[in-house]
Design a protein around this ligand. Structure first.
Ligand SMILES: Cc1cc2nc3c(=O)[nH]c(=O)nc-3n(C[C@H](O)[C@H](O)[C@H](O)COP(=O)(O)OP(=O)(O)OC[C@H]3O[C@@H](n4cnc5c(N)ncnc54)[C@H](O)[C@@H]3O)c2cc1C
Length: 431
């Protein structure tokens, strides 16, 4: 018997939206349309890392062999590179977090050039399901449960289910919260619409590995292991991508007293190398060697969301940064978006038009607590790397505390989470 079709509109073709589109397009009973506001799929920024947990999802989706071709480091428990932590805000830096090595416990971090990462999803997308230049402006619930979509170019579309994957400035989230605030007379929900500035800026850049100095035949440390250079109110994350040919760095500088104030500038701008160097002037030489060699650094205002109390309202659902845009300190935002996509695709694969509400509830019950936990943990981790947490500079307790922040990676399995969600769906249907 042929299961009846329902139409899923995916608003936003970033990592989250495209992963969902690829996963859902395998199910004949789901019609998938991707509406991307930009003129093409694109990623800004340089490197992205995922953990073994996310790699497992890519395996479950049958995509791992494609990603293996573009990663620096396919997962290998025998090697399992993790971060080395150094105290670097002084000329004589030293390694300090030799206790935790958190990433080594989870089979290492798997690194990519962002453009290559997104391209794998783009290549797997069936022809004809994506439309470009379709910037969603608003949606409306219609008679019979259909949802009408209005785009900035004056066109419209309909669907049975709208998935907001439109990033941290999500239009879908804004309308969902405004509607709920009015319906439930809960004005406090309006405060959750706008992302908040964390008080941190990030300088990002790429450096050809051949530009980095070798000393007595020893290559720059970032070519051997992902590095976390830590200092007061600042830290630098650096790791190799593109099969070791390029080193990606993100150099963070925080003014904790400015947290939750207006950022007051474009979130992403170009900046000069001198600005970056000045910011890290007294840092140890191996950290400065990175910054001295960057050609076109960019400057990012790091924003995050307050944890949302729901990801679903009627037949509208949020995922990825639209649901839980987080600071990047656990390297987890993209991984969480992929996990949302995997769990949502699993419940929708098991759903029919009449069980869509139950499927969305199952997605929400499974994903909301975990994603919100990672959002909070990311924020706390940033404080820890900059010695601004309750552990201050107490290395012996700070190291293990940093390690614990990554516990979410191993506390469950992705397939277990998907099974849990499908179980919730079935129990709501009395099966
Ligand atoms: C400095 C930094 C470093 C990071 N490093 C890592 C890392 O190493 N590992 C990791 O897991 N995560 C990392 N992240 C987080 C990660 O980049 C994000 O969590 C992830 O890209 C979110 O994907 P998304 O698909 O939810 O949203 P986005 O990537 O923001 O995609 C949203 C898409 O929606 C489109 N869109 C927006 N509005 C509309 C609209 N109205 N209508 C239609 N389309 C629309 C956009 O054009 C875009 O294509 C980092 C983030 C930062 C800032």
């Amino acid at each position: 018997m042929c299961t009846p079709k329902f139409r899923v509109a995916i608003c936003g073709g970033g990592i989250g939206g495209l992963c969902l589109a690829v996963a859902l397009s395998r199910h004949a009973h789901v019609q998938v349309d991707v509406y991307e506001g930009a003129g093409r799929f694109k990623e800004i920024g340089a490197g992205v890392m995922i953990w073994a947990r996310t790699w497992r999802i890519l395996e479950l989706l049958g995509l791992a062999s494609h990603f293996a071709k573009v990663t620096d480091t396919p997962p290998d428990p025998a090697v399992a590179p993790g971060f080395d932590y150094r105290r670097s805000d002084r000329p004589d830096g030293f390694e300090w977090n030799f206790i935790a090595m958190p990433c080594k416990l989870v089979d290492g971090c798997i690194r990519f050039h962002r453009a290559h990462f997104l391209d794998v999803f783009v290549d797997q997308l069936p022809a004809g399901i994506a439309q470009f230049g379709k910037r969603l402006v608003s949606y409306e619930k219609r008679e019979g449960g259909e949802i009408g979509l209005a785009f900035a170019d004056g066109t419209s579309a309909v669907c049975d289910l709208l998935v907001g994957c439109d990033g941290i400035k999500s239009v879908v989230r804004a309308q969902m919260l405004r509607t709920k605030a009015a319906e439930d007379v809960q004005p406090s929900l309006l405060e959750l619409i706008e992302p908040r500035w964390t008080g941190t800026i990030a300088y990002r850049g790429l450096i050809p590995s051949t530009d980095l100095p070798s000393v007595d035949g020893v290559t720059h440390r970032t070519l051997g292991s992902p590095m976390m250079y830590c200092g007061e109110d600042k830290h630098i994350v650096a790791y190799s991508i593109s099969q070791g040919h390029v080193v990606n760095f993100v150099a963070f500088a925080s003014e904790p007293e400015k947290e939750d104030t207006e950022y007051g500038a474009e979130w992403v701008t170009d900046c000069t190398k001198d600005e970056v160097l000045e910011c890290f002037a007294n840092w140890e030489p191996e950290a400065k060697q990175l910054l001295e060699r960057v050609d076109n650094p960019t400057k990012w205002g790091i924003h995050h969301l307050q944890p949302l109390p729901f990801f679903v309202a009627g037949r509208v659902v949020l995922m990825g940064d639209a649901a839980h845009g987080m600071s990047p300190h656990l390297g987890a935002g993209a991984g969480q978006a992929i996990e949302d996509a995997y769990v949502l695709a699993s419940v929708l694969a098991a759903a029919t038009p009449s069980s869509l509400d139950a499927a969305l509830e199952a997605y929400q019950q499974t994903r909301l607590p975990v994603a919100n936990h990672v959002l909070r943990a990311s924020y706390e981790s940033g404080k820890m790397y900059e010695f601004n947490s309750p552990f201050a500079e107490e290395y012996s307790t700070l190291g293990p505390a940093i390690k614990r922040q990554w516990a979410f990676l191993t506390e469950s399995t992705p397939e277990g989470e998907a099974e849990k969600a499908v179980g919730i769906l079935r129990s709501q249907q009395g099966q």
